[in-house]
Design a protein around this ligand. Sequence first.
Ligand SMILES: Nc1ncnc2c1ncn2[C@@H]1O[C@H](COP(=O)(O)OP(=O)(O)OP(=O)(O)O)[C@@H](O)[C@H]1O
Ligand SMILES: [Mn+2]
Length: 532
Amino acid sequence: MRVCTRRRSQTLRVWLVVVFLSVHLLVVSLVLSIYHTSCELQSYNDAQTSTTAPTEKASTTEKGETTKAVVGIATKEAELNDAAGDLAKLEALFSHPLYNIPTPPVPDGDWLLKLKAKGKEKERNSQQWVSANEEGYDPIQWNTSTNTHPPWLRFHLGISRWQMYQQKDPNLSALAQQLASHRIVSAVQKSGGTQLKLVMSFPNYGQALFKPMKQERDEETNVNLYYFSDFERHNAEIAAFHLDRYQLSPGALGQLTSILGFRRMPPAVGRLINVIKEVKDITTDHKLVTTFFTSPVICSLSLSSVGNACFYGQCSYYCSTEHAICGRPREVEGSLAAMLPDESLAPRRSWRSPWRRSYSRSKLADWEKYSNYCDSVKKIPPYDRGTRLVDLIDMTILDFLMSNMDRHHYETFEKFGNDTFLIHLDNGRAFGRYSKDEPSILAPLVQCCRIRRSTLLRVRLLSLAPYRLSDVMRASLSQDPLAEVAPLLTEPHLSALDRRLETVLQTVHECLQQHQHHSDVIYDDIIDYRED
Ligand SMILES: Nc1ncnc2c1ncn2[C@@H]1O[C@H](COP(=O)(O)OP(=O)(O)OP(=O)(O)O)[C@@H](O)[C@H]1O
Ligand SMILES: [Mn+2]
């Protein structure tokens, strides 16, 4: 009888344990499902796998697992072959004579900056120029000799009248590597502009402009959002730089050449930033510190793990708790663009674009109202002579390809007056939409029917299968450090580039048909190179 009672109570205890465990599991799964949408537990690598290998998700049975593995290996192999093919295309593109047009040496007065040797007295006292030794920064070792200069200084000293850097500039690989990996010693908010961005400083006194990730790469801009309230995208800054130019690391290709061949943008690379260690802990920006918080997201089964680290800063658009920038849990993706020389050394002039959009919700801009608008622009300096108009049309083509509607202004270096390249700064609102093209961006080309020969030839080349724009951009972007996390541009964005390139060619074709002489449309800027 006693044995029987003991057995019954034992069974009861086992039952109780089972019931307790089931209830516990039920509660945990309920909590997790509630937090599923907001929890940023998913690592960046998981995100990449889930977008790049949909075939792997399909099978669940044991047999299916083997199929999955085989399919997975086959997919990986195919991807590797494709990647090798794309890289070969990129190499072929840059071996093409169009990307090797000899340029005359830069005259002395056409460099933006020149190091001036300090007085003999100073030199005798010290071989170093500046002996500042601020906390966290390296002692300055450079002097007038180029090989003592850090990459950022070489970049500054390499800016000339017609381009931001030379066609095959070996320094840019080093600069890109430093942007991507150098220790960050300071991070403060950048004033000017509408959305949050930080100026980050490195131990060798180099600086970069950081724009954080604000939305997922495959998210299209809401069609009802005005272009001036669209989010800035970190991947757009990086992809724009690649479109304007190419290549980060000293790999097989080793040298820098631009895809469109412009070289009018400061180098930008992707990087994962630890918002605590690389922003909050080191910033001297007290206002920025007050905007940090920990999100309530629950990311582990213990229910006790802390949430994601977030901040929102102070700016006129999207600097609020509703639009916080959050790590996962600490690291956030972002773009780092090399800072241009300080304006006190190299002042810049800001120009209002004649094709600026009407920033009014009810009024049309003049270029939208008058079909002969370009004729009047052509009469106004600086568009009445030199290359300003075709340079603006180059920028138009770049913007149309990446669907950037935000080019209200552009800048030039004051030193060079009107005869200089246009700096393609601020591309954060590009690559917002892939399913739709924005024909109005091409208005300057459509209305003026003018294009540089070198640009037209490159655009034509990029439309041919062996050099296809989407393939060379895919290959180029795969060199960026953030490509390890996820491709910088999704496939629909890459396809959109090809589609838009065709539109550019079609527009030029129509212009040529409308004009009696090709020279009315094509501005011949290539003396040594002719089409075969
Ligand atoms: N790489 C850089 N080096 C130096 N200054 C820069 C750099 N990039 C941008 N700037 C300057 O910072 C200012 C703000 O940058 P940016 O235009 O990217 O911000 P924004 O918030 O997108 O501005 P807006 O909202 O007006 O379009 C610009 O006026 C520009 O002069
Ligand atoms: Mn902007």
